[in-house]
Design a protein around this ligand. Structure first.
Ligand code: SF4
Length: 238
């Protein structure tokens, strides 16, 4: 844990979660070109392409897109069909006009810069809570959690939270995501939960047997208790 972490109050189970996740990430991190940059433009383009797509699919399209469109001005000036060519390869054709509109606002209102404020980001066309948080953490260096379906799944299972309605908007999930986030290592921690949800805490069959978080995970411990109850109520121990 970085300097300053010892002053942050976390319960043993929360501290275990943070430590184990960061340790797991050191050995299992996924490498992507958009993780090697702090450039807000490059981070923003990656996040626009990563919505509802698989990260491995995005890599090649993303790099080619950046060759043709190295900055927001190049998108601003380009005809829409040039942009569409890339986004349609990812099944995101519908997003093209939003990207053009986004470039127009960024050029005309922000001189081609990507703002590093949540309020400004959320006012931009096509930018919601997830993308704004990703830009703030990954590009601007501001410690905010990113909360997508993977993150919701890991947090709700481990802490036994039952979201009311959509997990990504649940205040308890967001509160916990903020609590856990180590300010000095927020980028790694955000990537760690995203990768962990994609590789270990899978939607249908989580790999609980080999999970470094299993010791304190409510979901896993409840499963064990159910097996235990079944064992004694079914007579298999007799
Ligand atoms: S023990 Fe299972 S449910 Fe709990 S965090 Fe690990 S993979 Fe997810």
């Amino acid at each position: 844990m970085e300097r300053g972490e010892k002053d942050r109050y976390l319960t043993p189970s929360e501290r275990f979660f943070v430590l184990m996740l960061l340790k797991w990430f050191e050995e299992n991190r996924r490498e992507y070109p958009w993780r090697k940059t702090h450039d807000p433009y490059r981070v923003l383009i990656a996040e626009l392409m990563l919505q509802r797509t698989k990260a491995d699919q995005v890599r090649g399209v993303y790099l080619k897109f950046l060759e043709e469109f190295p900055d927001i001005y190049s998108i601003y000036k380009a005809p829409e069909d040039r942009i569409e060519k890339y986004f349609s390869q990812l099944g995101l054709k519908w997003r093209t006009s939003k990207v053009k509109e986004l470039a127009r606002v960024l050029v005309e209102k922000y001189n081609g810069n990507i703002p590093c404020s949540k309020e400004d980001l959320l006012s931009l066309p096509g930018i919601g809570d997830y993308i704004s948080s990703a830009v703030l953490s990954f590009a601007c260096g501001i410690p905010v959690p990113v909360v997508d379906a993977n993150v919701v799944r890991v947090i709700t299972r481990y802490f036994g939270i039952k979201p009311k309605g959509e997990g990504r908007r649940d205040p308890e999930v967001h509160h916990m995501a903020y609590r856990l986030l180590p300010p000095e290592r927020h980028r790694e921690f955000n990537w760690a939960i995203l990768d962990f949800g994609a590789k270990v805490c899978l939607p249908r069959k989580p790999l609980c047997q080999n999970c470094p978080l299993a010791k304190y995970c409510v979901y896993q411990n409840q499963k064990n208790l159910e097996c235990f109850d079944f064992y004694f109520s079914s007579g298999v121990h007799e």
